[in-house]
Design a protein around this ligand. Structure first.
Ligand code: FEO
Ligand code: CA
Ligand code: CA
Length: 613
């Protein structure tokens, strides 16, 4: 653990005492560094990329980009080649899914260190029907066959990859290669399993469900499993919601389905199968080393629109999982397992995530953060208030959490721990709906169009602690233009960013921020920005990568040797009016008749070396 530097301490003090005043003073005197191309005090020495928005992807000079795998590429043995004019569910079940988001790297063999073979796991979040199929008027109006292609395109993939002389390759027909889709049998465990609200006609036990939905970000466990998170599951359910708890319907945004599956599959019709929607919104644990093992929905981690779920170890070896609920005014959570993990017996950790305590965060004005336990019978979580069991607390997590009065946040996206300084970074992407009288110290801007990042120091460096301190790491937007934007004073005209979403840390503890929602009107694509988190270059963000038009950047992850940086480029071509026939980009293939394809990109340094410096 590195001690905070003097610059860190000054910054913390500034944050606590006069954030907005400090920001105005900073930006009014010097909106940008004069020597924009120079790294200045940053330890990141690459020549900064200019903001660029067009049909291509771009990376800083001196780096190579390789397309590792694209939507429709073969995953499972026997997968047919991608044929965009003749998509079928049977083919898609064996091919790489759509809209890759979270990426994870699991070394092969299990337990080995930093080699050249990994299981790459990827989430497939949602679909862009009008880019996948010819002739669709709307996202909803589709044939049953098309709906079934979509169901096969969502979920996740496990793909063995290997590094060789010509870069990274997918290992064809690896025994580990696997697709998880809306049709995969998944177990339900933890306190909500078997509850009345989890039972359906197809599953009277309430313990088995088909599939996983809207797999956004994720994480891993110390025992090498993959956590994939169900985010905007509500968008897949249609029909009459009258049989559901109206408070749940309202708070989770259930009502109208975005994708129009309900005429084709009854379980997505809330009028016909009201409890099916209760079986989504969970964190799902998958063992990539056991291709036959069923994934498991771990209900102890709560039911919200989980962005991701990343772990840190408590001092006593218990596992702490941080997870954000990505919606305006929703909360930040952490789950602490009841028992420590067992590093010498992998099987002993199999159901570790079924027991523990879920907490929700309150960020106080004095710089303290308190983690409030969501335990039935404690405080207001009683039967009189609608929570007769822990299952009720978990199935209706948002409603239970509100009773504890946590801090409503500006859309909590990724939350990750810096491996060098042990602090936790909470990424808040934006919240255009926050009114001036709803601002607080942790969400200081009304109509927050650009988002910000908080930094938490757990008490005594222990992630299991129910207290800690917090400060603001940066406030996004364009300095000098967007009120309150604040970075390091040397941040350049291309180094500012908007709508931070996911983050990764390299082994030096530097933060790499990917964005979702950059201002296209200003000619800025979503991209990747690197910054120091400590020392004189703290929060000096520098532009490293710009995505093709319509895309957001997801899944940032480094190989343990920092020599490859993988990115998931999601929904390229998702621009207004962009269709299969006339997409705004045909990245990455650029062939007539081939629509844009969400893809995983591997970035390496020309001539070798570590990323960034
Ligand atoms: Fe799927 Fe919160 O991004
Ligand atoms: Ca995200
Ligand atoms: Ca996003």
């Amino acid at each position: 653990m590195t001690q905070p530097t003097l610059a860190d301490l000054i910054d913390l003090r500034l944050n606590r005492r006069g954030l907005i005043r400090g920001a105005v003073a900073l930006t009014a005197s010097s909106p940008f560094a004069t020597a924009a191309q120079e790294a200045g005090p940053s330890t990141l020495t690459f020549k900064e990329l200019a903001h660029t928005l067009n049909e291509q992807q771009h990376v800083a000079e001196g780096y190579d980009m390789q397309i590792l795998i694209r939507w429709g590429d073969p995953v499972v043995a026997g997968a047919p080649a991608f044929d965009p004019a003749n998509l079928s569910a049977a083919a898609q079940e064996k091919q790489f899914g759509y809209n890759n988001d979270y990426l994870g790297l699991h070394p092969l063999p299990y337990g080995s260190k930093a080699g050249d073979r990994f299981l790459l796991v990827a989430n497939h979040e949602y679909v862009n029907p009008r880019l996948m199929f010819a002739g669709l008027e709307t996202e909803r109006d589709k044939s049953r066959a098309q709906a079934e292609v979509e169901m096969a395109a969502i979920g996740g993939s496990v793909v063995e990859i290997a590094r060789g002389g010509s870069g990274w390759q997918v290992v064809a027909d690896s025994k580990y290669n696997r697709r998880i889709s809306v049709n995969t049998l998944i177990e339900i465990s933890g306190a909500a399993a078997g509850h009345e609200l989890m039972k359906t006609v197809a599953d009277p036990t309430g313990r088995k469900v088909l599939g996983t939905l809207n797999n956004c970000a994720g994480g891993s466990t110390p025992w090498g499993t993959w956590l994939t998170c169900e985010e905007n599951f509500n968008a897949f359910f249609g029909g009459d919601a009258a049989k559901l708890d109206p408070q749940v319907v309202k708070r989770y945004g259930l009502g109208r389905s975005q994708y129009g599956w309900e005429p084709h599959a009854e379980r997505f019709d809330m009028g016909k199968e009201p409890n099916e929607s209760n079986r989504f919104g969970w964190v799902v644990e998958i063992d990539p080393y056991e291709p036959e093992a069923a994934p498991v929905k771990r209900t102890a981690l709560g039911r919200v629109k989980h962005e991701g779920c990343t772990y840190a170890l408590a001092k006593d070896g218990r596992v702490v999982l941080y997870t954000g609920d990505d919606e305006r005014f929703e909360f930040v959570y952490k789950f602490v397992t009841a028992r420590p993990w067992n590093p010498t017996d992998r099987a002993a950790n199999k159901n570790l995530l079924d027991e523990g305590t879920l907490h929700v965060a309150r960020f106080d004005a004095d710089g303290k953060v308190e983690w409030l336990p969501l335990v039935q019978g404690q405080g207001p979580l009683t039967a009189e208030n609608g929570f007769a069991s822990q299952a009720d607390v978990l199935i209706k997590t948002r409603l239970a959490a509100s009773l504890l009065k946590p801090t409503p946040m500006d859309r909590p996206e990724d939350i990750e721990t810096n491996p060098v300084n042990g602090r936790v970074y909470v990424v808040l992407t934006n919240n255009g709906q926050r009114k001036p009288d709803q601002t607080d110290k942790a969400n200081p801007r009304a109509a927050n169009a650009h988002g910000h990042i908080l930094e938490i120091a757990p008490k005594d460096g222990d992630h299991a602690a129910t207290e800690g301190t917090w400060s603001i790491f940066l406030l996004a937007g364009k300095p000098g233009t967007d009120a309150g934007a604040r970075y390091h004073r040397a941040t350049s005209e291309q180094g500012w960013l908007s709508c931070p979403d996911n983050i990764a840390f390299d082994s030096k503890g530097r933060i790499w921020i990917v964005t979702d929602g950059a201002p296209a009107a200003a000619g800025v694509a979503d991209g990747v920005y690197g910054a120091d988190t400590m020392g004189h270059g703290r929060a000096l963000t520098r532009c490293f990568y710009q995505a093709p038009t319509g895309a957001e950047v997801c899944g940032p992850i480094f190989t343990p040797d920092d020599r490859t940086f993988f990115l998931a480029v999601q929904h390229p071509g998702e621009d207004k009016g962009s269709t299969f026939e006339k997409p705004s980009t045909r990245w990455p293939d650029f062939k007539d008749g081939v629509p844009p394809r969400p893809s995983v990109v591997a970035i390496t340094r020309k001539g070798g070396g570590t990323i960034g410096s």
